[in-house]
Ligand binder design. Sequence first.
Ligand code: RIB
Length: 303
Amino acid sequence: MKKAKITVLGSYNTDITVNVPHLPADGETVIGTGMAFNPGGKGSNQAVAAHRAGADVTFIAKVGCDGMEKTGFDLYEKIGMPTDNVIRDKTISTGIATIEVDNKTAQNRIVVIPGANMKITAKDVRDREDLIAGSDILLIQLETSRESIIEAVNIAKSHGVKVVLNPAPFSDVVFDIIKDVDLITPNETEAELISPHNGNFQLSATDMIGMGCKHVIVTLGKQGSYYKGGLGEFVVPAMEVKAVDTTGAGDAYNGALCTALAEGKKMRGAMEFACAFASLAVTKPGAASSMPTRKETLEFLKK
Ligand code: RIB
């Protein structure tokens, strides 16, 4: 089988995760039950997911030299993911996210302080044109600077490289690039922000196709994922698992999905693989550190 080659342009954040008996209401103080520093950031989580799923990954990112980046580098070293294109800049802070995870529902709330992620320049991306050009897929999210995203998409298109956009967190840069995107993967909230239809994500997906994107996958959490596009319209159901932390579930899905597609799997099969991968990821705490291996995912799929 062909080995997938994926470039991820995206964020790195150190996640400061606290576990709580319930998510606090406005003005409420809640006593937490645990705290951890975890490697996170949507870009990094997706790069790690693709690497663990079996792809050759180039990860283009920027971090500070303030010690907060160490959590990420420790994980990359442990799993053998190359870091040549994670740029270190002494003048800025590493991205940080504060995350509250509900012990009962495994749902979370996240606040991101982007720091270095917003300082990735168009030149940083241009300097890596050959790496993007040599990839099967460019995978991007919206947690880095606008100029870095636009430059990466333009480079990918000029070399005929497929672009997968996970529009998280939502930003209006989506509307600038969607016509050049092959596959967009919003969750229900992001689908509604891109094209409001009172929660009718099928209609939002139709609009995204109208905006020029070829394929749309709306991730639906426990309900699985919904496809609309040139291959028709279908739902791939999720697997039932005991979730402990859903942080990075969408990232797990995107990294695994791109790996399977770049290996040549058909859309439905790639979505099944991604669903299984993400289902396993939510059974462990943390974001990047909870990503399963390819072997674990294939065994889980057989059950
Ligand atoms: O998608 C989850 C991620 O969102 C977290 O790791 C956090 O860093 C934010 O980027």
